[in-house]
Design a protein. Structure first.
Length: 396
């Protein structure tokens, strides 16, 4: 009959194995879940028959009634961003070492998608890691009451967190530019909901004041290469001899945009990124960046979550701060003579992605100050790496 695909194939069930072995289904179940409670010879026969038949026990079905699924959720804001590649790997390694499996969910920089993803995975997992969450503080606190939760790249009172020392990393970037002779440094900011963005802008303003450098924020941009292209147009209308970018993707897009307008990096504009993602050393020129210990961020977050799973009573929570390191490559140099043609001919920049910049700093900067005022002293000083050298992460 047209469209009739016939009976659907099904795999062997626990009842099939029990029938073949001549035992009760409960005996088969115990042979897989509690082998010590089944005669060794019987358990061996059951496993041999199951192997022959192609039967595989469903650990999730057994675990759901008890809540011990050995599953953890890792929610990432944009899985296409190389920033998360090593974070995911570090999280997977730490989880596997403890007998857990990580479920990764991509929420595409959307707080709404993040809440929806949590609605789907929370019933399945024992704990959650929120990596660069875009949800509000209050929403995260509610989440933490439902399942043990750790936030990554953000600090929030009452919830354990793992972060890079953004303050010291930004200070090293500004010091480096000042040592090269730059007097005006711009910041290509990221999403308003980003805790790290607020902390970096605050730290840049403080460093600029102390080092007697002029600093300005160009606006808010998507944390993508496209966002960097937009930032290049904004820079053309508000010139500076150096730019620190929210992340490496913005920095890569900025350099591409400047090149398309005829500006030379670093001869006319020096560019610094953040994170030291895969590929940042393949740019032309290779990107100077503040390196985050990405794999260590992932592994520390999972270990912090596993510690939370072991707590049954209220306890003090803390922020784990991992050091950042400046990696100096070819995108920064002493300021040179500027050719003005590219600034005069630049088209007007598009509207900022997340609204206009505020001269006094973003709401995220204020939140960062209140939540984590001493970040700059929480980790050891990070010295610049030699040109082209990768950042050295602490043991994962």
């Amino acid at each position: 009959m047209p469209g009739d695909q016939g009976p659907q194939r099904r795999g062997p069930t626990i009842y099939d194995v029990a029938r073949e072995c001549g035992v009760a289904p409960s005996t088969v179940s115990r042979a897989f879940s509690r082998p010590g409670r089944v005669n060794a010879e019987t358990a061996a026969r059951i496993r041999a028959v199951a192997e022959t038949m192609g039967y595989r026990a469903n650990p999730l079905a057994r675990a759901l009634p008890t809540g011990h699924t050995s599953l953890l959720a890792l929610i990432v804001s944009d899985v296409t961003n190389p920033f998360f590649f090593e974070i995911i790997r570090g999280a997977e390694q730490a989880a596997a070492a403890a007998g857990y499996t990580v479920l990764v969910s991509d929420v595409q920089e959307s707080a709404q998608a993040e809440r929806q993803a949590l609605d789907r995975v929370v019933p399945l997992v024992e704990g959650v890691v929120l990596a660069t969450s875009r949800m509000s503080d209050s929403t995260i606190r509610v989440m933490a009451k439902q399942r043990p939760t750790v936030v990554l790249n953000r600090v929030l009172t009452e919830v354990p967190s793992v972060v890079t020392d953004n303050s010291r990393g930004m200070r090293r970037a500004v010091e480096h530019l000042g040592e090269l002779g730059h007097h005006t440094v711009a910041y290509a900011a990221g999403p308003e909901a980003s805790w790290a963005d607020g902390m970096r802008w605050r730290s840049m303003r403080e460093a600029g004041y102390e080092l007697e450098l002029k600093v300005r924020r160009l606006g808010r941009f998507e944390p993508t290469v496209r966002g960097g292209l937009d930032a290049a147009h904004a820079l053309a209308l508000a010139p500076a001899t150096a730019v620190v970018c929210y992340n490496d993707l913005v920095a890569i897009g900025l350099m591409r945009g400047l090149s398309s307008m005829g500006a030379r990096v670093p001869a006319e504009v020096s560019v610094v990124g953040f994170d030291n993602i895969f590929g940042s050393d393949f740019c032309s020129p290779p990107l100077t960046t503040v390196a985050a210990p990405l794999r260590a961020l992932g592994s520390h977050a999972v270990r912090a979550l596993l510690r939370e799973l072991g707590h049954t009573t209220p306890h003090a929570v803390r922020a784990t701060v991992l050091p950042a390191q400046l990696v100096v490559r070819g995108s920064t140099a002493k300021p040179g003579r500027r050719r003005h043609a590219w600034t005069k001919d630049a088209a007007a920049p598009p509207e900022p992605v997340s609204g206009p910049a505020r001269a006094s700093g973003s709401a995220s900067a204020a939140a960062a100050t209140a939540a984590f005022p001493s970040a700059s002293s929480a980790a050891s000083a990070a010295a610049p790496a030699r040109t082209g050298q990768p950042a050295h992460s602490p043991p994962a």
